[in-house]
Design a protein around this ligand. Sequence first.
Ligand code: GAL
Length: 642
Amino acid sequence: MLGVCYYPEHWPETQWETDARRMRELGISFVRVGEFAWSRLEPQRDTFTFEWLDRALDVLHKAGLKVVLGTPTATPPKWLMDEHPDIAPYDEHGRVRGFGSRRHYSFSSKSWWRESARIVEIIAKRYGTHPAIAGWQTDNEYGCHNTTISWGPEDLKAFRQWLRLRYQTPQAMNEAWGGVFWSMEFNSFDEVELPTGTVTEPNPAQRHDFWRFSSDQVAAYDLMQVEIIRKHSPDRFVTHNFMGFVSDFDHFKVGDNLDLASWDSYPIGFVEKFPFSEEERNRWAETSHPDIAPYHHDLYRAVGKGRFWVMEQQPGPVNWAPWNPVPKPGMVRLWTWEALAHGADVVSYFRWRQAPFAQEQMHAGLNLPGLDEWSVGGLEAKTAGEELAALGALPPGEKAPVAILYDYASHWATAIQPQGKDFRFEELTFRWYEGLRRLGLDVDFVRPGASLDGYRLVVVPCMTHVDEATLSALEKTEAHVLYGPRSGSRDRHFTIPANLPPGPLAALTGNRITQTSSLRPGLADPVEGMVSGVAIRWREYLETTAEVLARFGNGDPALTQQNGHHYLACWPDETLLTATLCLLAKRAGLTTLPLPPQIRLRRRGDLTFAFNYGPTSWSIPVSGNFLIGGPELPPQGVAVWR
Ligand code: GAL
């Protein structure tokens, strides 16, 4: 099903009925509203002007549309910021990040919690049982614009309290952090400062705790909103719209609060966000890279415990990336189908109509600015809507054969201590995902500690701290497993395990890592054996009792195997990665179909979908009963067959 993000407060009331009618024409069922409307709902403290929203909801409802109502907390209004300056977040240098755009709040401000609870309660009470309301969105894009972590006095207070609860005594904290190093022992929790503004590197365990604390604050704040909504709005779902490539809070923990996850898909904008080479960026500039949207669909399906929406789908050029090209014709339709293929319940476009004013005036909508005229993206959404209606209900998705174990805290750990400048967790994970999908495989993401039952292949690109629940799932699994570099290299307190890395994975892998080497660009180490290629960026030296499947140039083990548990002791280049994933897929008994770089496949129930991100067509090498498209898949084309 399709949806759209709509801002009735941006348009004259006389326009609303036409908008609602044309939404139906487009095949839209869901409309998200309200998430930035605080100044229009409460222009001054305790003065409420809900009537316009009442009327807007009635118009949408009468047209047969269902509404997702956003809480307006991403944009605290000016009067509130003036009343409570302690709401504002601080940057790393201790400067206030003030009013004037959005997300100008700290998750730790007590005033902010009180004010958020107040406005959410008032709105949830008023609209909780409104017949138009199908569900709720908490806030808007936690963490966007680098807002998970704030470095102000309120944050320091809350961090000290978090430490107090966690460690009970300063001695326990000193011990956990290795405070004896550089005389960093504290006599009381009130002596602890935020890990910034230091002469050189602050203590990594402290930084990791501060990151964990900041992540916990997001989840707790979200839960506060969710509980209020649930109290007043029974039988409606609650979601949050997560962002792409934001990893600085644990999305699984926020997902635990929600009925379903949603995320905001700006595939072309994200090409600029990801550390691609310039050559790759140019290649995918007008289509996006074929794994960017799917990677997030699969991740957020896990965050939503199987259920996710795309809450905001890019409908044309955006305004916020360094460059913002028009997508190639066909891409808006392709992205829509792709989200559905990966299991999305709803794909909702951002936004209904391009705004002729303010910050996002260069951002496309489904309609041209100020007019009742479809944009190119609007027409493509219409096509997708017609195709969807013709196809009927899509079958439920199934468990993928392959799982990626994904751990946010490992991103924080490796960002705090990269050891090699280009050791980037998200990049490593993305490349492994890409490698699997280039083999035509469907992939699930799995959180630490979750069951691995039913998977044939489990890959762990990098999990620095392997907790007991995860270890036990790995011990139980019958899948073939592939671990990547730095797995098991730290304990809960950011300490090197006493038995050396891979710590708790030593028994499963038969390995002991005695040295690690980060390789600057240009340095590389060849790998030869059952798989071959080159180690770049990172290489480990290991002693092993396991079978050695491939060796580095000097004969040291590079890929080992013991009872199905494989360990790759480096950051592999594309050749080595592909060869390794092929080998593992074969061992796991999976059928692979090596795909050209621009083609991807995805199954949903008995349907198979194919997507072409490239400039040339592709002959689909299997026969099937085509429901959309045919055996020749044109550039930017979609095919669906049974
Ligand atoms: C999202 C945000 C929207 C809008 C959009 C523009 O990050 O949730 O409010 O700003 O980006 O692409």
